[in-house]
Design a protein around this ligand. Structure first.
Ligand SMILES: [Zn+2]
Length: 139
């Protein structure tokens, strides 16, 4: 019996964007309170297989969730529950500025309350970010 190649850590992707979408698909499939709680995870490129992975999503409150992002992360991903704004928040922008100092090149991903995806790769991308489509990847 072989291990399933899906879910946090096990699923692999060719790009950071695909890993982020895979993580969001996992959140939508497994977490049934995304409208009331914020979820966070990060994506990273593993040295052992050169492929991208996503971490286990961490849930918080309606307004925030704490996640320690390692310096090897390539992207920080979070959700906005219902009644949150459709764009990145000013706090997200501040976190991006801080994170970029320690993790150059990190991208910030957002799934808004309408389940549209946004990505910010540089400070000028805030607050709306760039649109990211639901790439056809498995969770
Ligand atoms: Zn946010």
């Amino acid at each position: 019996m072989s291990a399933p190649r899906s879910g946090p850590v096990l699923a692999t992707y060719g790009t950071a964007d695909e890993a982020a979408v895979g993580g969001y698909r996992y959140v939508l499939k497994k977490m049934h309170d995304v409208t009331s709680r914020e979820y966070n995870f990060y994506v990273w490129r593993a040295s052992y297989d050169k492929l991208w992975h996503y971490s286990s999503p961490v849930g918080g409150t309606a307004n925030s969730s704490d996640l320690k992002v390692p310096t090897y992360a390539g992207g920080y991903c979070h959700t906005h529950p219902a009644h949150s704004g459709p764009n990145f928040s000013s706090q997200d922008r501040e976190q991006f500025l801080t994170a970029s100092k320690f993790i150059p090149g990190i991208a910030f991903y957002l799934m808004d309350p309408m389940q549209q995806l946004h990505v910010a790769r540089q400070i000028c991308d805030f607050m709306a970010g760039q649109d990211l489509s639901w790439l056809k990847v498995d969770p």
